[in-house]
Design a protein around this ligand. Structure first.
Ligand SMILES: *Cc1c(COP(=O)(O)O)cnc(C)c1O
Length: 423
């Protein structure tokens, strides 16, 4: 059956519990699983039979989450891990090794930018950044050492739309896999694999969980990249640490199996079964929440855009003609609910405005059911120097807003009050 999104978000990945009849996904809060006998144990370890061994590498509750998000994104397999940051790290390190280069968009989540511009260098991997709105900068950043291209669907914090078809075309031309962070987009609004992405990653902490309760990450494999290419040596030589498996022999499962049995097994950022359960609870209402997030944020953007004391906003419907065109091409159901704004009066005004809001929570998170606000230059992007801030497009007076599910009239009244009081 070719089921639709709303049905998949409630059912995909769950098999009927014949033992107890449990309707909800049970939480298998266990570290390990008994073998039927020593031969069974040996078969599991020798990869001759599929089954549960130890929750660091697999758990039945977590597996439902992995299969559900893979179904929603249109991929062939998923891997859930302890955070979005772990998902990005594992996705990229499954592909790139010491001596290789990563090509990444500049306008990405501050934590990802920091990882790529600093931490990953300690592993001998260099990142070259490019501007998603200028494909020449992408071509310029690709060298013979490039192994992977990394972008976000809607850039953090601005919410600017990335032209996925154009970038995946360049990736294909150079034989490079395209990894897309779809945290801000959500599979309800956009499915990157349909636009040529090979791997999708999420901070499930955000829209998927949806209630600001749980840190989690997922990786989805599109199963649509040819890892047999010699450029990807680690996929094509026997892995002496794992039964001499040659990952590319696994066909469309090559990437996601390698991510699980190399990085997750050996470095261990496993998701707890309880947290997998909480993310599954969130996913059950994903489409409904995202619809309201989008509707509220469009109204908030309309209000801010026409306010005389608002200097600028970056909601794609209200910026450039190009952004508006991309919105209509890719985001038929709306363009997410995170964007930035600047008030007349600079950095100090921005701080006063944030401090005078009562419904919007002042904190470091996005895509909670509740409305959130933050000043990126002093927080999420606070580790970046002036040059990096400029490169990442972070202005000193920039305020990032994540519009939640409260009543729209209350949200606008709250913004109105804070604008007045911050004068
Ligand atoms: C929050 C976020 C991350 C990091 O995810 P965590 O779950 O906080 O580790 C990565 N990418 C984007 C776009 C994010 O918003």
């Amino acid at each position: 059956m070719n089921l639709k999104f709303e049905t998949l978000q409630l059912h995909a990945g769950q098999v009927k519990d014949t033992l107890t009849g449990a309707r909800a996904v049970p939480i298998y809060q266990t570290a390990s699983y008994t073998f039927k006998d020593t031969d069974h144990g040996a078969r599991l370890f020798n990869l001759e039979e599929k089954g549960n061994i130890y929750t660091r590498i697999g758990n039945p509750t977590t597996e439902v989450l992995e299969d559900r998000i893979a179904a929603l994104e249109g991929g062939v397999g998923g891997l859930a891990v302890a955070s979005g940051s772990a998902a990005i790290t594992y996705a990229l390190l499954t592909i790139a090794r010491s001596g290789d280069e990563i090509v990444s968009a500049k306008g990405i989540y501050g934590g990802s930018y920091n990882f790529l511009s600093n931490t990953i260098e300690d592993f001998g991997i260099k990142t070259r950044f490019f501007e998603t709105s200028d494909l020449k900068t992408l071509e310029d950043a690709i060298t013979s050492k490039s192994k992977v291209i990394f972008i976000e669907t809607l850039e953090n914090p601005t919410g600017q739309i990335v032209d996925l078809d154009a970038i995946s075309k360049v990736a294909k031309k150079h034989g490079l896999p395209l990894v897309v962070d779809n945290t801000f987009g959500t599979p309800y609004l956009i499915k990157p694999i349909e636009h040529g992405a090979n791997i999708v990653v999420h901070s499930a902490t955000k829209f998927l969980g949806g209630h600001g309760t749980t840190i989690a990450g997922v990786i989805v494999d599109g199963g649509n990249f040819n890892w047999k290419d010699d450029k990807f040596e680690s996929f094509n030589i026997p892995d002496s640490g794992y039964n001499n498996l040659v990952y590319s022999d696994l066909g469309e499962q090559a990437f996601i199996v390698k991510a699980r049995v190399r990085l997750l097994r050996d470095t261990g950022a496993a998701l707890s079964p309880f947290n997998a359960f909480l993310i599954l609870q969130g996913i059950e209402t994903l489409s409904l929440r995202v619809e309201r997030h989008v509707e509220n944020s469009k109204k908030v953007a309309q209000y801010l855009n026409s306010h005389p004391e608002v200097d600028w906003i970056t909601h794609p419907e209200f910026t450039t003609k190009e952004q508006k065109q991309l919105a209509h091409k890719y985001y038929k159901k709306g363009v997410g609910s995170i964007f930035t704004l600047g008030l007349h009066g600079g950095k100090e005004r921005a701080k006063r405005f944030i401090e005078n809001l009562e419904i919007f929570s002042h904190l470091a998170n996005v895509a909670d059911a509740k409305s959130l606000i933050i000043h990126p230059a002093s927080t999420t992007h606070g580790q970046l120097n002036d040059e990096q801030l400029k490169a990442a497009g972070i202005k000193p007076n920039m305020i990032r807003i994540s519009v939640g599910l409260e009543n729209i009239d209350d949200l606008i009244a709250d913004l109105e009050n804070a604008i007045k009081r911050s004068r």
